[in-house]
Design a protein around this ligand. Structure first.
Ligand code: ZN
Length: 548
C-alpha cells in the first residue's frame, strides 16, 4: 500500500516537473508563457499588481509570465499549472489583399494586407479619411491610425475621439472589428447618423497597437501571436501610474508606449475606448486603486448604454459582473494600465472593452461579433457630441487654456482643461452643476449649468485679466500678519461690495469663506500658513498669512 502511494506521489511529482519544464520550453520559444495557480498564493507575491493577470476565476489566477517572473514564482515555491496558448489552438483564416480585393471581415488581414487596407481607406475616401502614423514598434512595424472626419486635412473645432485595439497582440477580435468599423463609417457617409458623427467629431481609429505581438511568427499569420511586445513586455502595464510612478513595471517605456503617449497628447482625445479579449465586459476607471472616479455614475451610464445596445442583438453576450460592466479595481487591480493613464494624466475618459471570452476567435465568428457590437460602437462615438461644449476666451476674443472644475464634484485629476483653441468638452450625467473656470493671470468665473442626458449644452466664457497686485509687501491692506485671531482688510482696495473672501490651507482647500463686504475677520483656525484671497469680478487680492 505504502509502495503504491509512494509511486502515485512520485508520478505526481514527475508530472509537476514535466509541466514546469514545458513552461521553460515555451518561454525559450516565445518569451512568454501562460500559467495558473491558486489565489491563496497571492499573498506570497509582494507586487502582484505588476503581474500580467489574464483572469481570476474560482480561486484560480491565470497570468502571462516572462522568464524573470517565472523564476520568481518558482523561487516562491508556487505550484504552477501550464495553460494553453490561445493563439496556437488552431489555424486562423487569413486575409490576403492580393488574392482577394474585398474583405468580408471573416478573416484576419495579414500584416501587409492590413497596411494596404489602411492606405486604401484614405485613398478611396480622401475627403473624409486620412492615414496617420502614430509611430513604430520595436521591430519597426507601423503603428497606424485613420482619421475620419469632414475637412479631414485640418483640425476643426470638434471633440476628438479614439478607438484603439490589440495592445495585447493575441487579443484580436477588436483588430478586425475596428477595420470593419472604418469601412462601415466611410461607406455609409450618406446615412444621416453617420454623417452627423463624421461632420461633428474628429474620429481616430487604431486597429492594431502591438503588431510585433500579433505577427510574432511572421507577417503572414496571427497564429502564435503573443500578448507582449517584441521585448517581452506587457504594454498595458507600461504606462505611468497614479500610485506607482512613471515605471510601475520596472521597465523602460517601450517604443509603442512612447509613440502612443505622444500621439494622445497631441490630439487631446476627449473620449476613447481600448479593446482587449479574454472576457466579455466593459471595464471603467480606476484600475489602480479602490477610489471611485468623480464621473463614476457617468462611466456606468455610457458603459450600460453600450452593453444594453449589444444585448438587443444577443442577450447572452456581455453578462458577467454587473450585467456586462465593471469598475476596473473591483475586477482586479493593475498598475501601468492605459485606461488610468489617459483618464488621470491626459484628463481624457477611457473605457477598456473585452470583446470576446476567447482571445483569438475562429475567423468565421468575426461577423457575428461585429453584429453584436457595431451599433454600440457608433453610439459610443456619439457620446462625444453631448455634455458641455465650451470655449474660454479673454476680452479680446483670444483663446485661453483654462482649468474647468465642477465644484463639490471633481477630485483626483478629474477636472479638465480647455485646449489651445480655448475649447473644452465635459461629459456629465443630467443635473445642475456649478463650474469654475480659472486661468493664471485671470479672474476666475463660476457659472451654473443645467445638463440633460444625450444633449449638448454650449457655453462661452470670457475671463477678465486680473489687475490685482499679488501684494506681499503692502502691509496696509491686510494686517496684522502674522495674526493671532482678528485680521483686518482694507476694503478701499475694491470699488464695489460683491466681494468673496476665502482662506485656504496650503493644500488649496478652502477652510473659511465670507461673502459681501467685511473689514475684519475672527479667524478660529489652527496655527499654520494659509492663503487669504479677496476678489470681486474686477480684481483679486491674495496674500500668504501666518496664524500663530
Ligand atoms: Zn488584454
Amino acid at each position: 500500500m505504502i509502495k503504491k502511494i509512494l509511486s502515485i506521489l512520485f508520478s505526481i511529482i514527475q508530472i509537476y516537473v514535466i509541466a514546469q519544464n514545458n513552461v521553460q520550453q515555451v518561454l525559450n520559444n516565445r518569451n512568454e508563457a501562460i500559467v495558473s495557480f491558486s489565489t491563496k498564493y497571492l499573498t506570497k507575491i509582494p507586487d502582484f499588481k505588476k503581474l500580467s493577470i489574464d483572469k481570476i476565476k474560482n480561486d484560480t489566477i491565470t497570468v502571462y509570465i516572462t522568464q524573470k517572473q517565472y523564476n520568481k514564482l518558482v523561487e516562491l515555491n508556487i505550484p504552477l499549472k501550464q495553460e494553453q496558448i490561445p493563439s496556437l489552438v488552431s489555424n486562423f483564416k487569413m486575409f490576403n489583399i492580393n488574392l482577394k480585393s474585398t474583405n468580408e471581415w471573416n478573416s484576419y488581414p495579414d500584416y501587409s494586407s492590413y497596411i494596404s487596407l489602411m492606405n486604401k481607406f484614405s485613398t478611396d475616401f480622401p475627403e473624409i479619411c486620412k492615414l496617420d502614423t502614430i509611430g513604430y514598434s520595436v521591430n519597426n512595424r507601423l503603428l497606424l491610425a485613420l482619421k475620419i472626419s469632414d475637412n479631414v486635412a485640418i483640425q476643426e473645432d470638434e471633440p476628438a475621439f479614439f478607438y484603439t485595439s490589440s495592445m495585447h497582440g493575441d487579443e484580436l477580435t477588436g483588430y478586425v472589428l475596428l477595420l470593419h468599423l472604418a469601412d462601415y463609417l466611410l461607406t455609409n457617409y450618406d446615412n444621416t447618423k453617420i454623417k452627423n458623427l463624421i461632420n461633428n467629431v474628429e474620429i481616430y481609429i487604431n486597429p492594431l497597437a502591438n503588431p510585433d505581438g500579433t505577427f510574432k511568427t511572421g507577417d503572414e499569420t496571427v497564429s502564435g501571436a503573443t500578448r507582449f511586445n517584441a521585448n517581452g513586455i506587457d504594454l498595458n502595464r507600461n504606462f505611468p501610474d497614479i500610485e506607482d510612478g512613471n515605471h510601475p513595471d520596472d521597465n523602460e517605456w517601450q517604443p509603442e508606449t512612447v509613440a502612443m503617449m505622444d500621439f494622445m497628447k497631441k490630439h487631446n482625445f476627449n473620449l476613447s475606448m481600448n479593446f482587449h479579449g479574454g472576457e466579455e465586459v466593459l471595464n471603467y476607471p480606476w484600475d489602480t486603486f479602490k477610489k471611485r472616479h468623480a464621473d463614476d455614475k457617468w462611466f456606468q451610464y455610457i458603459c450600460r448604454q453600450y452593453v444594453d445596445t449589444a444585448h438587443k442583438v444577443d442577450a447572452n453576450y456581455m453578462t458577467v459582473f454587473d450585467n456586462g460592466i465593471t469598475n476596473g479595481y473591483d475586477w482586479y487591480s493593475i498598475s501601468g494600465g492605459r485606461q488610468d493613464y489617459v483618464t488621470y494624466f491626459l484628463h481624457g475618459r477611457e473605457v477598456t472593452t473585452e470583446l470576446s471570452k476567447v482571445k483569438l476567435i475562429d475567423a468565421e465568428e468575426l461577423p457575428a461579433f461585429w453584429n453584436k457590437n457595431y451599433k454600440s460602437l457608433i453610439n459610443y462615438i456619439d457620446q462625444t457630441t453631448y455634455g458641455i461644449h465650451g470655449i474660454v476666451t479673454n476680452s479680446k476674443g483670444s483663446p485661453i487654456t483654462a482649468n474647468i472644475k465642477i465644484n463639490n464634484y471633481d477630485t483626483d485629476s478629474s477636472s479638465i482643461f480647455s485646449n489651445k483653441k480655448g475649447l473644452f468638452y465635459r461629459y456629465l450625467q443630467a443635473g445642475v452643476y456649478s463650474i469654475t473656470i480659472s486661468a493664471v493671470g485671470y479672474i476666475s468665473k463660476t457659472v451654473d449649468i443645467v445638463l440633460e442626458n444625450n444633449k449638448k449644452t454650449d457655453i462661452s466664457i470670457q475671463l477678465e485679466k486680473s489687475t490685482g497686485i499679488n501684494d506681499t509687501y503692502n502691509t496696509n491692506i491686510l494686517y496684522p500678519n502674522p495674526v493671532n485671531n482678528k485680521i483686518y482688510f482694507n476694503n478701499n482696495y475694491f470699488c464695489n461690495n460683491n466681494i468673496e473672501y476665502t482662506i485656504s490651507n496650503i493644500n488649496g482647500v478652502i477652510v473659511k469663506r465670507y461673502l459681501g463686504k467685511k473689514s475684519s475677520f475672527n479667524i478660529n483656525l489652527p496655527a499654520g500658513v494659509y492663503i487669504f484671497t479677496a476678489k470681486n469680478n474686477k480684481k483679486i487680492f491674495t496674500k500668504k498669512i501666518i496664524i500663530q
